[in-house]
Design a binder for this molecule. Sequence first.
Ligand code: TYD
Length: 195
Amino acid sequence: MFVTFEGLDGCGKTTQAVLLADALRGDGVEVVSTREPGGTPLGEAIRDLVLHGGHVAPWAEAALYAASRAQHVDGVIRPALERGATVVCDRYIDSSVAYQGVGRGLGLEEVLALNLAVVGGLLPDRTVLVEIDPETAAERVGSSGDRIERDGIALWRRVAGAYRTLAERYPERYVVVDGRRSVAEVAEEIRDRLR
Ligand code: TYD
């Protein structure tokens, strides 16, 4: 089982990914918790480059995220799935489609195609979208965030719209939850709906 978490910065998905992984482990499931960009030494180096470096051209950014993802799938995600573990990943392909494809205007289909190519077509079984509106995201994240976070609310509006489009395109994969409620309420809904 391959589960990914998606949403705007500040939506609380990282907390929810940890809580789901803990709950599954409590049920005796082997869980591999990981994140993107990152998840491997190469991926963590790429994370530093794209999140904390200077200007990165939009397609360079998309290609770097894709490179991180290719390494991550090859070295971590696919081996874990092959031995029967459950993988819980904080962000995956949908982040690139939403942020680079639609947020940066590179094209939803183009960025999706690039990413499907580099991971050999591996899509998650379930994608939990923790929804908050862009204004709430801005309030929660403030002005101290990383590079994309500083580009702010106009980008997030496009990203939020892109996630909606993806949820409609993949209704059997997407689990959309309202991220404005308490952490415990959101966690409970996610557990119930994944069962
Ligand atoms: P995230 O790990 O959620 O942030 P944090 O450092 O707060 O835990 O994501 C970092 C940023 O990377 C976020 O603004 C979204 C961006 N991102 C993309 O633009 N494309 C991608 O493919 C991925 C994986 C992340």
